[in-house]
Ligand binder design. Structure first.
Ligand SMILES: Cc1cc2nc3c(=O)[nH]c(=O)nc-3n(C[C@H](O)[C@H](O)[C@H](O)COP(=O)(O)O)c2cc1C
Ligand code: SF4
Length: 460
């Protein structure tokens, strides 16, 4: 792969996909095909040769970071469980996958469910969890079918249930269909929903490791995270660390971005899809070399770097590496789910932001005033601008909302508000001229007025 960008910090090494290695095989979702390709060998080895604590250390030393959005180190999260707890300890596998543009979990569950289940069993062995719940996005019926069939095969083969493969370790896995809302993917919203309640995120602390499902210690991990655990068990921590971007020695808060990653690519590209690559490929490489470039011979205007909640990259920022640190360096929230959505030159950023504000206003659970009111006000202002009643000072008001809601300013319970804020901040700060031109063109007489303008709803 070429390296013409000043932002590139390392050369992408030759790479053998592992997460998607099985999916092109006929009947890739069955136990027979999975085992024929070496599946469950890693589990057999770990159960026979490693204590749970040693396996936790292995995952810690691999520097695996969670693939669900926040990039938290997985092994470290497992060590937060109380020592010598009498149990039960629960594992929740987050398969809610509600971040717009994200579909890597779906692919894994539909096409290679045993790879996921092996990772769940290994992760439960490490954490001493004897019950795992897979909290599945409601709109994924084929995932439910394939995962349940794979779980049933495992019970029949002694890979689940009492004394797995003759060991002391026992585990039950339950599929739990989600409640079809974005907030169900937030880990404590997920826990509330799993308990049969409305998915209102909990104030933290206590964190789930201390008090999670049914008030018991709980680990929440993403589907792709546990799939990585399977390969770390099979190939070792050094293999995992040989892929990706090393830690920045000048930044003690950067633990590096290691391992393979599933990148979801959609929007205005020739070949949308889910691609496996080493962490750290650039957005431009993903679009051009994997996605076949922008569709219809057009140019790109922008891209969402990792789900809509991460904000926006301008075309000039496409050489940004898609690792955990890269998008943050150009003012985005982070890598998120590594779901890249391309917007071509014909897309109106005003429309993009309107859409984004509609989404977050609809999905806010309403517990926190800054999120509930901020997302509502932002949407109303975007509707006013779109209706030709915008004022230039609306842009300042929108930025004020964007800068003052979310966990990062410390005003809300969960990160949904940050997700709502970043598209606002990025769209207006990076495409301000387009907003100003739109307001002046659609409201030529009144764009500079300073007195109050009724919100759109009142104007109708
Ligand atoms: C609003 C919101 C929605 C989220 N949705 C998901 C989701 O659909 N899937 C997911 O794995 N993580 C989601 N997360 C992140 C989870 O809270 C949590 O960090 C993650 O499941 C932990 O798994 P990991 O450490 O393996 O990444 C969401 C977070 C927020 C704030
Ligand atoms: S930040 Fe928003 S979504 Fe999260 S708990 Fe508060 S109101 Fe609910």
């Amino acid at each position: 792969m070429s390296d013409s960008s000043p932002h590139r910090e390392y050369q992408v090494p030759p790479f053998e996909p592992v997460l998607l290695a099985n999916i092109a095989k006929p009947d890739s979702h069955t136990l027979a095909v999975y085992e024929a390709g070496g599946g469950y060998r890693a589990l057999r080895k770990v159960l026979a040769e490693m204590q749970p604590s040693a396996f936790v250390e292995l995952v810690k030393s691999s520097n695996l970071r969670g693939r669900g959005g926040a990039g938290f180190p997985t092994g470290l999260k497992w060590t937060f469980l109380p020592k010598d707890h009498p149990g039960p300890i629960y594992m929740c596998i987050n398969a809610d996958e509600s971040e717009p543009g994200t579909f890597n979990n779906r692919l894994l569950m539909e096409e290679d469910p045993h790879q996921v289940i092996e990772g769940v069993i290994l992760s439960c062995y490490a954490t001493r969890a004897q019950t795992a719940y897979v909290y599945l996005r409601y709109e994924y019926p084929l995932c439910l079918e394939r995962m349940q069939a794979a779980i049933d095969e495992c019970y029949a083969a002694g890979l689940l249930g009492k004394n797995i493969l003759g060991s002391e370790f026992s585990l039950d896995i339950y599929m739990h269909r989600g409640a079809a809302a974005y907030i169900c993917g937030e880990e404590t919203g997920l826990i509330e929903s799993l308990e049969g309640k409305r998915a209102w995120p909990r104030i933290k602390p206590p964190f789930p490791a201390v008090e999670g499902v049914f008030h018991k210690p709980t680990v929440v991990n993403n589907i792709e995270t546990v799939a990585c655990v399977t390969h770390i068990a099979a190939r070792g921590a050094d293999w995992f660390k040989s892929i990706g971007v090393p830690a920045d020695p000048k930044n003690p808060r950067d633990p590096g971005s290691y391992g393979p990653k599933l990148y979801c690519l959609s929007g205005h590209v020739n070949k949308p899809g889910c691609y496996e690559a080493p962490l750290g490929i650039t957005c431009r490489q993903l679009i051009d070399e994997y996605g076949g470039g922008v569709w219809k011979g057009r140019k790109a205007k922008a891209a969402i770097p990792g789900g809509i909640s991460m904000g926006l990259l301008t075309e000039a920022e496409f050489d940004t590496p898609l690792d955990f640190a890269g998008p943050g360096r150009v003012g985005c929230l982070g890598l998120g789910t590594a779901a890249v959505v391309v917007l071509d030159e014909t897309v109106s950023i005003v429309d993009f932001l309107h859409n984004s504000c509609r989404f977050f206003q609809h999905e806010s659970c309403g517990q926190c005033t800054p999120c509930r009111e901020g997302t509502r006000w932002a949407l109303e202002m975007l509707e006013r601008i779109k209706a030709g009643k915008g004022r230039l000072k609306d842009l300042e008001l929108l930025l004020e909302i964007g800068d003052s809601i979310g966990i990062i300013p410390g005003t809300t319970i969960c990160g949904l508000a940050d997700g709502a804020a970043w598209p606002i901040k990025n769209a207006i700060r990076k495409f301000r001229a387009e907003f100003e031109e739109y307001i002046k063109r659609t409201n030529p007489q009144g764009y500079a007025v300073t007195h109050a303008v009724p919100a759109l709803a009142a104007a109708h």
